[in-house]
Ligand binder design. Structure first.
Ligand SMILES: *[C@@H]1O[C@H](CO)[C@@H](O)[C@H](O)[C@H]1NC(C)=O
Ligand SMILES: *[C@@H]1O[C@H](CO)[C@@H](O)[C@H](O)[C@H]1NC(C)=O
Ligand SMILES: *[C@@H]1O[C@H](CO)[C@@H](O)[C@H](O)[C@H]1NC(C)=O
Ligand SMILES: *[C@@H]1O[C@H](CO)[C@@H](O)[C@H](O)[C@H]1NC(C)=O
Ligand SMILES: *[C@@H]1O[C@H](CO)[C@@H](O)[C@H](O)[C@H]1NC(C)=O
Ligand SMILES: *[C@@H]1O[C@H](CO)[C@@H](O)[C@H](O)[C@H]1NC(C)=O
Ligand SMILES: *[C@@H]1O[C@H](CO)[C@@H](O)[C@H](O)[C@H]1NC(C)=O
Ligand SMILES: *[C@@H]1O[C@H](CO)[C@@H](O)[C@H](O)[C@H]1NC(C)=O
Ligand SMILES: *[C@@H]1O[C@H](CO)[C@@H](O)[C@H](O)[C@H]1NC(C)=O
Ligand SMILES: *[C@@H]1O[C@H](CO)[C@@H](O)[C@H](O)[C@H]1NC(C)=O
Ligand SMILES: *[C@@H]1O[C@H](CO)[C@@H](O)[C@H](O)[C@H]1NC(C)=O
Length: 509
């Protein structure tokens, strides 16, 4: 029982010694008698003195037998022998960060991440005018971020994630002209937001709404406010962030509609708004962003209306999830243009109609989730040819007729078809009823006559341009079918697919 307390007394005495020493020297610095390099030495010794546990003996050779520029973890400038970098990451150090670090005038990089430093970031850090990089992530630092940090005018990157910091992020950070990256996630922050190129504050306790002023942060490229408690609307001014690359506002309580102005963010690559309370239509401007290549996730909101035809502009998109909304209407035929898609989730909405045959062009698809809608018609045979498809969920719809048996359909555990009362056939594992002859024969066929009739009766609803385009295509199919050489003749499957495509594009949208 007594040993630990004795130990800590010794520590205390040591700390006091060094404090007194460096205080004396700090005063001497002021009267500029002491050489700069000596100040560095004393600052480092004071830093060491505040480290209470050093199980890896990272600082054990920090003694005056060697010049401090040779101490492990220290890097000095070549000419003037002053400390420019202090790198003690992942050394299992326990203790506090000495305020004397503020005397390392030439320090450019402070890397203390992944230790167990506690207490506060000392305000003296604000004296480090040359500091470029401050990494103190993954420690046990608590209290506030000292506003004095805003005096480190060279700061480029701050990472203070994974600590116990609380209170507001000081607005003063916004004055740091060179600041590019601020990583603050996994703390206990509340309150407001400041301007940078990259703002990563996911999993904090941010409350309140996103300020309209966000539109003034013209340099912003990544905005990540995932998993906070933000409420209110997404401000219209977000459209002024023309360099925005990633917008991650998912898992909050945001409401209102998605601002169409977001369509102005032409550099957007990733849009993650899932798990909010967003309502209204999906603006066609947003789904029309043709360069968006990474991910669009609007799932688990209250969005309604139809999926805009403009979705087909996103030809580079890899991941689209709109599941868990109140979307209705048919699945747009234009979706067939999103040929880079690997994941498509439209589950748990009110989509109706057939799965458009244009989706046969999505050959890179790995996951398709259409579950829990009001979709009808046959299960498309073209899915048999999707070599990369790993998971297909068609459950709880009104699909009818035979389930194909090849490709993904050969694996009963990769497909889900339950809750479709009129399905039959498929591989044995699905345990569906056998298809009666009638069900088999009930293939959809659309004669040219029917098509022409439909065109006539729906003419008013379509531009003559579109009708002419479709007629041209039909004639082309006709010519392609009547070639003299059999090997040049169009295969009957292709004819069928092509005609269905034309039919869908005319009547399906
Ligand atoms: C500081 O620099 C002076 C000369 O510039 C040198 O004599 C002295 O040994 C240095 N001290 C340390 C601790 O490096
Ligand atoms: C200083 O550190 C070196 C390297 O660990 C060690 O060999 C030496 O004995 C130490 N000197 C003193 C005075 O503690
Ligand atoms: C953190 O430090 C531990 C050892 O203390 C090490 O195993 C781990 O890889 C480090 N993590 C990072 C992200 O540096
Ligand atoms: C934090 O550091 C501990 C060791 O000190 C390590 O085990 C853990 O992986 C680190 N966490 C992160 C997020 O770097
Ligand atoms: C913090 O900054 C203020 C000026 O903003 C200054 O007066 C004060 O001395 C600084 N504190 C420290 C500990 O450097
Ligand atoms: C964008 O900024 C301009 C001024 O720079 C302003 O007039 C306009 O209203 C802003 N637009 C949005 C959507 O905030
Ligand atoms: C979502 O918004 C609706 C009104 O549009 C409101 O009635 C409902 O309580 C909100 N839900 C949540 C979880 O905020
Ligand atoms: C969508 O929901 C809004 C209310 O949030 C309602 O006013 C509008 O009529 C709905 N639109 C459709 C197409 O259901
Ligand atoms: C398939 O969809 C149903 C209905 O929405 C759902 O309960 C099930 O978890 C889904 N299965 C998979 C593997 O996605
Ligand atoms: C069948 O599908 C399951 C679930 O996706 C998968 O784990 C398994 O490897 C597949 N089996 C074959 C033979 O492809
Ligand atoms: C008709 O055949 C030509 C040449 O093979 C081809 O380029 C064209 O796409 C075909 N047209 C249709 C509508 O399939």
């Amino acid at each position: 029982m007594e040993l630990p307390s004795l130990n800590s007394k010794i520590h205390l005495i040591l700390v006091c010694c060094f404090c007194t020493l460096s205080c004396i020297f700090a005063e001497t610095v002021a009267s500029s008698v002491l050489k700069g390099n000596e100040t560095d030495l004393l600052s480092l010794l004071a830093f060491k003195a505040n480290v209470l546990e050093d199980p890896l003996r990272a600082l054990s050779s920090w003694n005056e037998s060697y010049h401090f520029c040779q101490w492990p973890g220290i890097k000095c400038g070549r000419q003037h022998q002053r400390v420019i970098a202090l790198d003690l990451q992942s050394k299992k150090l326990v203790g506090s960060i000495s305020p004397h670090l503020g005397n390392l005038n030439f320090l450019r990089e402070l890397m203390l991440q992944n230790n167990s430093f506690n207490y506060q970031i000392p305000a003296e850090i604000g004296r480090l005018r040359r500091l470029h990089i401050l990494m103190v992530n993954n420690n046990s630092i608590d209290g506030l971020i000292p506003p004095n940090i805003s005096r480190c005018s060279s700061l480029n990157i701050i990472d203070i994630s994974y600590n116990k910091l609380s209170g507001e992020v000081p607005m003063e950070l916004g004055y740091l002209a060179k600041l590019k990256k601020v990583i603050i996630h996994d703390n206990n922050h509340e309150g407001s937001i400041s301007p940078f190129e990259s703002l990563d504050m996911q999993r904090n306790q941010l409350i309140g709404s996103i300020p309209t002023e966000i539109g003034k942060l013209q340099k912003l490229q990544d905005l990540n406010l995932l998993n906070n408690k933000l409420s209110g609307n997404i401000p219209y001014s977000i459209g002024n962030l023309s360099l925005l690359n990633q917008l991650v506002l998912g898992i909050n309580n945001l409401e209102g509609s998605i601002p169409p102005s977001l369509g102005e963010c032409k550099n957007l690559q990733l849009l993650f708004l899932a798990q909010n309370n967003l309502s209204g239509d999906i603006p066609k401007q947003v789904l029309g962003l043709s360069l968006i290549s990474n991910e669009v996730d609007l799932s688990q909101n209250q969005l309604n209306g139809s999926l805009p035809l403009e979705v087909g502009n996103m030809i580079n998109l890899g991941y689209l999830d709109v599941s868990g909304n109140h979307l209705s209407g048919e699945i747009p035929i234009t979706l067939g243009s999103c040929v880079s898609l690997e994941t498509l989730r439209v589950a748990s909405n009110s989509f109706w109609g057939h799965i458009p045959s244009s989706l046969s062009s999505l050959k890179g698809i790995q996951e398709l989730d259409h579950a829990n809608n009001e979709l009808s018609g046959g299960v498309p045979e073209f899915l048999e040819n999707f070599a990369l498809l790993e998971s297909l969920n068609l459950s709880f719809n009104n699909f009818e007729g035979p389930v194909p048996t090849k490709g993904i359909f050969a694996n009963a555990s990769a497909i889900l078809v339950e809750g479709n009362l009129k399905l039959c056939g498929g591989v044995h594992g699905l345990q569906l009823p056998h298809c009666s002859f009638k069900a088999h024969g009930k293939k959809r066929s659309y004669s040219t006559l029917k098509l022409v009739l439909s065109i006539t009766s729906f003419r008013r609803e379509f531009s003559s341009q579109k009708i002419i385009e479709c007629l041209k295509l039909i004639l082309e199919v006709g010519v392609n079918c009547s070639s003299n050489l059999p090997e040049e003749r169009m295969a009957i499957n292709d004819v069928k697919a092509e005609l269905e495509f034309i039919k869908d594009s005319l009547l399906g949208s």
